[in-house]
Design a protein around this ligand. Structure first.
Ligand code: ATP
Length: 350
């Protein structure tokens, strides 16, 4: 089931939570809505679900207008951040619920319900918990059951709002891999809300980056990470260093390195460099930025160095652990920085 979202606008009083949103969710894909808190992700998800009515715009489900369709007609399944399992029902009954409340005509037989529920519990790899109550499950297990419950009614669309948001980092990481594998098996058209860029990059087929009620960019994880359409997208997808430069005949220069800068000559250019794309050296080369190592932070496989430049700017440099140890870099040492790669935005002012 594909979903087309055309010109959707939603106001709360004078505040525009969604401002002319246009996008398409392709049939069978897992699309992430990514953006900072308050950018309108949940509102958009609720509009798709029919829980919220848009002030303007249109939503098409599989080509037909569903803008005013009731929630039930849309056949969507939900999973929220805070597990909405029924506490007084076993896992089995929770998953069976959506089938049992169907009108008699479309309600499956008891044997069929049993078969379907066990099949779903196997899919989420928790069949062994069928007789437990939600209070006897871990947070991660509850979310997997919530997903099985949402899938039980065979929704045309699955909507997930920060489903792993309340779980600790390790469980989150496991569950997002698990969700990806599950989606590869069931292929239900899914929209996944998250403010965590790593999660979106790892899980989604495509990512919609949102900011202040608008779409900044839509693309595959590679596209939004490697070709960010705006400084906002670049900054939102990872840590950055910002250098100010000027466009000169299609180039902007930082630390003696030239980077392609589409823009008019003499326009201001913002040059962004990721911490892992900077070389650190004890030898000066032409134009290299001189600095002094300040703080050093261990981030696991990598080490983050803060380098204070002569202009009292702080540049963050990330080195893989072995490189850091081999270099035997010391706090207080004088070093030279040269960016290997950069993303240049000309004519932007911030
Ligand atoms: P978060 O990640 O924090 O959930 P979000 O991107 O999902 O953020 P939304 O929940 O969609 O953001 O909210 C977008 C904006 O609309 C916020 O500024 C919020 O305060 C506002 N908003 C949402 N629902 C309502 C409402 N019912 N009445 C008034 N304002 C609302």
């Amino acid at each position: 089931m594909s979903i087309e979202i055309k010109g959707i606008t939603k106001q709360f009083g004078a505040f525009k939570a969604l401002n002319d949103i246009n996008l398409e969710v392709k049939s069978g894909e897992l699309l992430a809505l990514l953006g900072p808190s308050g950018c309108g992700k949940t509102t958009l998800l609720r509009v798709i679900a029919g829980l919220e009515t848009a002030d303007a715009g249109q939503i098409l489900f599989h080509g037909s207008d569903a803008t005013n369709a009731h929630v039930r007609e849309r056949q969507v399944g939900f999973v929220f951040q805070h597990y909405a399992l029924f506490r007084h029902m076993t896992v089995f009954e929770n998953v069976a619920f959506g089938l049992r409340v169907r009108p008699k005509k479309t309600r499956p037989s008891e044997a069929e319900i049993k078969r379907r529920v066990h099949q779903l519990l196997e899919l989420v790899q928790l069949d062994w918990l069928a007789d437990r109550y939600p209070a006897q499950l871990s947070g991660g297990q509850r979310q997997r059951i919530a997903l099985a419950r949402a899938l039980a009614v065979e929704p045309k669309v699955l909507l997930l709002d920060e489903p792993f948001g309340a779980l600790d980092t390790q469980v989150r990481k496991e569950l997002r891999r698990w969700l990806r594998r599950l989606h590869d098996e069931v292929h239900v058209t899914s929209v996944f809300v998250t403010h965590d860029q790593e999660e979106a990059l790892e899980v989604a087929d495509r990512i919609v980056v949102m900011n202040k009620g608008q779409v900044e960019q839509i693309g595959t994880p590679e596209q939004v990470y490697d070709q960010p359409a705006s400084p906002f997208v670049y900054q939102f997808l990872g840590d950055v260093n910002l250098f100010h430069s000027r466009v000169h005949e299609g180039w902007a220069e930082v630390a003696g390195q030239r980077f392609a800068a589409p823009g008019q000559s003499d326009a201001g250019a913002l040059v962004y460099v990721r911490p892992h794309e900077i070389d650190l050296s004890r030898e000066s080369t032409e134009g290299a930025i001189a600095g002094q190592i300040g703080h050093v932070r261990l981030l696991g496989a990598t080490v983050r160095l803060e380098v204070q430049t002569a202009d009292h700017e702080t540049v963050e440099v990330e080195l893989v652990r072995e490189h850091y140890q081999r270099g035997q870099w010391q706090v207080g040492e004088r070093v030279y920085l040269v960016p290997r790669n950069a993303q240049v935005y000309a004519d932007y002012s911030i």
